[in-house]
Write a protein that binds this ligand. Structure first.
Ligand code: NAD
Length: 352
C-alpha cells in the first residue's frame, strides 16, 4: 500500500437493483430535464423504443446508430438529432459503444447523461472518451464526459449472450488487475479492485451454466461497477496499451482482445508487482498468469488472438507500436519480451 496518495473521487449517482430501469423518468426529472434523447445500437433499438414509450413525453426521441469505437461521423449525426429533437439530456441504453456516444455528445454540448449499463465494460463510471476519425482512435479525459447518473439493473443483463458475458467480465477484471499496481493507486481503488475481481470470479462460472441466474447477474454487474470505477480513477499500464494498439491498429474486437491478453499481461508483470497482485493468488492460484488463463479456459473464453483474425505477420508491428510510447508499467516494457508475450497470446498458449 502506498504511504502517500491522492484520491480524486469521481462524482456520480449510482442506482443499483433488479427492476431499476423504471427510475429513468424520475432521474430525468431530478436532473431538471424534460426531453431525453435515448441512445442505443441497432441491436438494442427495440429496447430503446420500449423505454421511450415508458418515458412518454420525457422522451424526445431515439437515436439507434451507436457503433464500436465512437466514430466521429455517428456522433455528428447524433448531435444533429439532439438539436432537431430539441433534446436536453441523453439516456444511453447499452454497453460501452452506446455509452461512448452519450459521452461524445456530452463532451461537445455538456448534456447531462443517464446511463443504463447492460454490459460489464465499465465505461459508465469513467471520465474517459475514446473516439475514432478515419480509423485513428484518440482518447480524451474531461469531467464533462463522466455520466451524472448510472442505473445498473441486472434484469437487463440476463439476455447478454454467455460468450459476451464472459469476455466483457474478463475485460472488467483487466481494469482492476492493472489498477492494483497503478502508480497512482490508493487504498480505496485497490479495495474496489479486489472486491470487483472477487465478485466477477464468483459470478462468471455461474452465468456460464445458468445465464438467467439473477443473483450471479447481480454480482457480475456489481463487480463490473467496481472494476470500472478503478479504471476511472487510476492509470492503466501495459495490458491496456496492448489492447488499445491491437484494437486501434488491427481492428480487433474490444472485449475479446482484453480477455485473451489479460493472462499474458498479468504474467509479464507478475514478479515486478508481486506484492500488489498477491490478493489475487487466493482467487486464481499463485501463478497469476497461468491461473487467469485456466479461469478463462474454464469459462470457454477465446484464448488466441489468431482466432480473432490477427495475422502472425502483424505481431512485429504490434510489438513495435506497443513499446513506442508505452504507458507507465511496473516492469520495464522490453520489446523482445512484449513480442514473446504477443506470440503466446496469438497462439493461445498458457503463460509460463
Ligand atoms: P458494445 O457496447 O459494443 O456491445 C456489443 C453488442 O452487444 C452491441 O450490439 C450491444 O447492443 C449488445 N448488447 C449490449 N448489452 C446487451 C445485453 N444486455 N443484451 C444483449 N445485447 C447487448 O460492447 P462493450 O464491450 O460494452 O463496449 C465496447 C466499447 O466500449 C469499445 O468501443 C471500448 O473502447 C469502449 N469502452 C470505453 C471505456 C471508457 O472508459 N471510455 C471503457 C470500456 C469500454
Amino acid at each position: 500500500m502506498p504511504n502517500q496518495f491522492n484520491y480524486d473521487i469521481n462524482p456520480g449517482r449510482i442506482i443499483f437493483g433488479a427492476g431499476k430501469l423504471h427510475v429513468v423518468a424520475d432521474e430525468v426529472r431530478r436532473l431538471g430535464r424534460a426531453r431525453a434523447l435515448i441512445l442505443a445500437t441497432p441491436y438494442q433499438l427495440s429496447d430503446a423504443w420500449k423505454l421511450a414509450e415508458n418515458l412518454g413525453p420525457l422522451a424526445a426521441g431515439v437515436f439507434g446508430q451507436a457503433a464500436m469505437h465512437t466514430p466521429l461521423a455517428v456522433t455528428m449525426k447524433a448531435m444533429e438529432a439532439y438539436d432537431a429533437l430539441d433534446a436536453d439530456c441523453v439516456v444511453a441504453y447499452g454497453g460501452g459503444s452506446t455509452i461512448g456516444l452519450g459521452k461524445a455528445i456530452a463532451y461537445r454540448n455538456d448534456a447531462p447523461q443517464i446511463v443504463v449499463a447492460t454490459t460489464y465494460a465499465g465505461s459508465e463510471v469513467t471520465p474517459i472518451l475514446g473516439q475514432t476519425e478515419r480509423g485513428v482512435k484518440t482518447t480524451v479525459r474531461d469531467w464533462k464526459i463522466l455520466p451524472e447518473v448510472v442505473i445498473y439493473d441486472p434484469e437487463l443483463t440476463v439476455g447478454l449472450p454467455v460468450k459476451m458475458s464472459v469476455t466483457s467480465g474478463l475485460n472488467a477484471m483487466a481494469h482492476a488487475i492493472e489498477g492494483v499496481y497503478a502508480r497512482d493507486r490508493n487504498p480505496v481503488s485497490s479495495l474496489m479492485a479486489i472486491e470487483g475481481v472477487r465478485a466477477l470470479r464468483d459470478a462468471l462460472p455461474i452465468i456460464v451454466n445458468q445465464p438467467t441466474d439473477l443473483g450471479a447477474r447481480s454480482n457480475a454487474l456489481y463487480g463490473s461497477w467496481l472494476c470500472g470505477s478503478v479504471l476511472g480513477t487510476v492509470g492503466m499500464s501495459l495490458h491496456h496499451k496492448l489492447c488499445h494498439t491491437l484494437g486501434g491498429r488491427f481492428d480487433l474486437p474490444h472485449a475479446e482482445t482484453h480477455a485473451i491478453v489479460l493472462p499474458h499481461s498479468a504474467a509479464y508483470n507478475a514478479q515486478a508487482a508481486a506484492e500488489e497482485l498477491s490478493p489475487f493468488a487466493e482467487f486464481f492460484g499463485d501463478s497469476i498468469g497461468g491461473g487467469l488463463y485456466d479461469f478463462a479456459h474454464s469459462l470457454g473464453a477465446p484464448l488466441a488472438l489468431n482466432d480473432l483474425g490477427l495475422e502472425e505477420a502483424h505481431l512485429d508491428e504490434a510489438a513495435d507500436l506497443a513499446v513506442k510510447s508505452p504507458y507507465w508499467n511496473p516492469r520495464r516494457v522490453e520489446r523482445d519480451a512484449v513480442r514473446l508475450l504477443l506470440q503466446r497470446a496469438w497462439e493461445g498458449s498458457r503463460p509460463q
